[in-house]
Structures are given as C-alpha cells and as structure tokens.
Unconditional design. Sequence first.
Length: 341
Amino acid sequence: MHRSALHLHLHLRLRRHRTFSSSASSAGAPPLYSFLQPSIFAHKKQPPQPDPTSGGLQTEQQGRPKTLTSELKSTLETTLHKAVLTSDTDGAWKSFKTLTSYSDFPSKSVTNALIAHLASLGDTHNLKRAFASMVYLIEKKPNLVDFGTVVTLLDSIRCADTPAPAFALIKSMIKNRFFVPFGLWGNVLVEISQKSGHLVSFLRVFEEICRVALDEKLEYMKPDLAACNAAMEACCRYLESVTDAEKVVETMSVLGIRPDESSLGSLGYLYALKGLEDKISELEILMDGFGLTDDRVFYSHLIDGYVKVGNLKSVTDTILRCQREGDGVCVNFGEETYSEV
C-alpha cells in the first residue's frame, strides 16, 4: 500500500468512533518560580548617588542617568568581554546588568560568550543568570542570540536536572517567534521531559511546535519521530486519553511522519487499558501494512496495558498467539515485560 494511502488509512481508522475523552487533566509545567528563587530579577532599591565622574553620561536634571554615551558603552562592553575571558563572572554580570538597565546591549559575540560562560559553570545561581539573560534577549533583542547558545543553555539545564526553565525557554521562543530549528533542541527537551517525568508538559510544547510548523509552513520546525513518540507516551501512559493520542496520530499523518513499532505500541497499550479490542486488531493490520517487523515492541506495550487492568487472560492469549504465529521469536520479551506479568 502506498505510504500516503497508509497514512490516510491510519487516520480514518483511528478517527472513527471517538467516544472517549481525556481521563486525566493535563498536568501543568514544573514550577519556574521555585527555580528562580531567590529571584535574580529583584533589584535592591538604593537612593541615587551623585557620581562626579559621570561626564560620559547624559543625565536628567534629577535622579538616575538617562542614557549611555557610545564611549561609556564601549568601555562597559570591553570590561564585560575581558571579565568573561578571565572568568570574572560577577564582574561580567555587573557590566551586563549595567548595559541592559539602560536598554542597551553588548555586541552579539560578547552577548553569546557571556551566556555560554554562565551556563557552563555548573552551579544553579549562574544558570539562573544565563536563563534570565536568554529570555530577556529573546523578548527584547532576539537578533543577538545564536542558535548554538540556546542549545548550550538547554544542555546545561538538562545536566542540572531542572526542567522548569527548559519549558519556559521554549515557550518564550514560540511566543516571541524566535524559531530555532527543532532538530537543534528537540531531542534535548525530550530527554529532559522523560528524565523528569514531565511528558505532559512536553506534549503541550509539542502541540505548539506542530502548530507553528503547519501554520507558518516551516519545515525545519517539524518534530521528529522520537518527539512524536514522546508525545504519544504522554497521551497513553500519563493522560490515558484516547482522544489526545489520536490527535497526535492525526498530526503525524498531516506532517508526513511515519509511525513505528513504539508509536503503535503506545496506542496498543492504551487500547488494551480501555478494552478496545477492535482497535487493537486494526493496529495489528497496520503493523503489517507499514512493514513493521519488530512485533516484540508492539506486544510488550500491549501486555503492559492488559497487566495494568488485571486482564491476565489476554496476557496469556497474547503470549501464546505471539509464540504460535512468530515461531517463538516474538515471545523473547525483555525482562521488564516479564516483571510486569
């Protein structure tokens, strides 16, 4: 069967008789507030101090200097750059805050060097600084941000095992139409989501990314199969929602992303959980239609679903049928499957 016809077949089959809605409310994203405390955005209020050396500043008659001269801006940027090169992190941060407090920015190379430096230090405080700087720049001056610096920051967030800023960063990128190719950061976010157990949060980001890819006609924003399978896992294992899972299948079809054994296996798990035997039979037909040969992956998911609802008869029937039809090859399930049984 032609690939497009198979996608249509899959779409039509799974769209029929949608009688189930989400059985669990979508979990919210991990709290960003806890990550940012104590807040690095808070500034201590101090009375303005007269500066007799502020000849390079154009001042208002009273209060704080209004703007920076090009000379003083250059001096601050040079100081910032030298501080990064010599690992004077606090000095670099101080210069950056001074520049941005006047709605000014260092050059693109210096800006990215600072964020990469902050993200590389491996401590939470400087990771907060890097995150706050990145979000601020995406909102105010996105043309200063290199895609590679976004990837560096996300990788540091992954290593720090703090999912909240990762989701907040991607949402900020989408909100401000700063479209970094999915292939550069998608796998990192999938790993963060799976490791932290926040796959439902990933699902919501996945939905937004798919919308952007389709509405904006941006091929480079399309998620890959691994991301689709993570979204499917969120629907099937976390939300246990047939409706949400079939929406992901529909999106995959529209985007032209071909499912694999894991994709259909997640659906099999959910259908086993819900007792939808007719739909399981349809999935088995689709396995053959797509030329998917690793039955063990599909049936392992299926058995997991039966085990969860205590349907041991179907577990036994599945194993015996797998042995009968697959000459015993398929029955070589992994240790995890046998532990479930």
